[in-house]
Ligand binder design. Structure first.
Ligand SMILES: *Cc1c(COP(=O)(O)O)cnc(C)c1O
Length: 403
């Protein structure tokens, strides 16, 4: 078996396991969020695994991401929610993608596009009547990010209902997003859930019958049963990472991503030798260091300099000095018979089963969240998908062509 210089290995069996676990835990539809290249795990492959686990719905941020999923053959329900004026809505409508509207201006654009789509060709999931778009409405319940502010709800719902009657679209969902779901005791959670219920009542009064009402992301899906409604939108938990460290019960989620590399060089340092740019670390005693051929060009955070660790031969070893663009150094301790050699494996992160740090460990060391760690990993690394259920090995796994 030959290891790559530096690589990402994603276990699709872990994704399937996590999606099924979330379905069982929540008892509602789990919309698996695969935006940003599946949080760095590979959007197409994660989508396939999620569908295999029974996910009826997937979600992405942009229409481009949704169309990319259609292009690789995904035919299921697909939601997107981040558009800019002038977005080519017609393509998304023709592809049967559920668009999200935040405003009346957006609805007007979607209406014009819907009229231009007479008979969607190759539309696997759109409405059989032809030009009907599928639209969900997003209300801002307190995040103050996307979505219609409360004072605009009535007008948005009235326009949405009028467009339904005019045959422009079907309103398939109403939804919102929480600001503090990873802090279950935060009062904003109650406020936002109540505001969401207010919005649903108003939508109902406007004559809308959205089939999919959803509010919760991973943390709320797990920690707040009252926020589950018809569906939950799970990103991070689908990848096996903890959405609310310190609060989440152990559901047995399995991190799907492993990042590993081969030591490029091992060398001995004398006491007083300093390491990497700026000489921010100096050996107090003789030691050996290993050169890891991955750096911030691969998404290894420069903030990890001197604070994060990597797994070498089952032991966590500290990163010394600054992380560079292409490489960094790991302290392997005083030289002895067990000192690793050039070519040996280094586990940057993984599920933690072989003594390696997790994405959560990196996040804590770098003062960020695991989302950012896995989403930014990449660069020149190769990415391979394996399936531990079918014991498909690393060597036979297909290389991801998209990287
Ligand atoms: C990214 C995103 C999610 C997924 O959040 P997780 O915390 O990863 O589960 C859900 N909803 C919206 C609107 C998002 O932008």
């Amino acid at each position: 078996m030959t290891l790559a210089r530096a690589e990402i290995v994603v276990d699709l069996a872990a994704i399937r396991h996590n999606v099924r676990t979330l379905q069982q835990t929540t008892g509602v539809e789990v919309i698996v969020v695969v935006k940003a290249d599946g949080y760095g795990h590979g959007m197409a492959q994660v989508a396939g695994a999620a569908r295999a686990a029974g996910a009826t719905w997937l979600a992405v941020a942009t229409p481009d991401e949704a169309l990319a999923l259609r292009a690789v053959g995904d035919t299921g329900r697909l939601l997107c929610w981040l558009t800019v004026p002038g977005e080519p809505y017609a393509d998304a409508i023709a592809a049967g993608i559920d668009l999200t509207a935040y405003s009346v201006a957006e609805l007007d654009e979607i209406a014009a596009a819907a009229e231009s789509v007479e008979h969607p060709v190759g539309n696997p999931v759109g409405h059989p009547d032809g030009h009907l778009a599928r639209v969900q409405l997003k209300v801002d319940t307190g995040l103050s990010r996307g979505g219609a502010p409360r004072e605009a709800w009535a007008e948005l719902f009235a326009r949405a209902r009028a467009g339904e009657e005019a045959g422009h679209w079907l309103i398939t969902g109403v939804w919102s997003h929480l600001a503090c779901s990873d802090e279950p005791e935060h009062p904003a959670n109650d406020h936002q859930e109540q505001a969401f219920r207010d919005a649903l009542s108003l939508a109902d009064e406007a004559g809308l019958r959205p089939g999919l009402r959803h509010l919760a992301n991973s943390a709320a899906a797990i920690l707040r049963p009252s926020a589950r409604f018809d569906a939950v939108r799970c990103g991070i938990a689908s990848y096996g990472l903890d959405p609310a460290p310190g609060h989440t019960p152990d559901l047995g989620l399995v991190p799907a991503m492993t990042v590993r590399a081969r030591l490029a060089l091992v060398k001995t340092l004398a006491a007083g030798d300093s390491v990497s740019y700026g000489h921010t670390w100096t050996a107090q005693a003789p030691t050996t260091v290993g050169l890891v051929p991955a750096g911030y060009g691969e998404g290894v955070p420069r903030h990890a300099s001197g604070v994060a660790s990597v797994g070498v031969a089952g032991i966590q070893r500290p990163i010394r000095g600054r992380v560079c663009m292409d490489q960094f150094l790991v302290d392997l301790g005083p030289e002895d018979d067990s000192t690793p050699h050039a070519g040996d494996e280094v586990l940057l992160l993984g599920p933690g089963r072989h003594g390696e740090p997790t994405a959560q460990d990196w996040a804590e060391a770098c003062d960020t969240i695991s989302y950012e760690i896995v989403t930014r990993i990449g660069g020149r690394m190769t990415r391979t998908h394996v399936d531990s259920d079918t014991e498909k090995t690393h060597d036979t796994a297909s290389q991801d062509e998209s990287r």
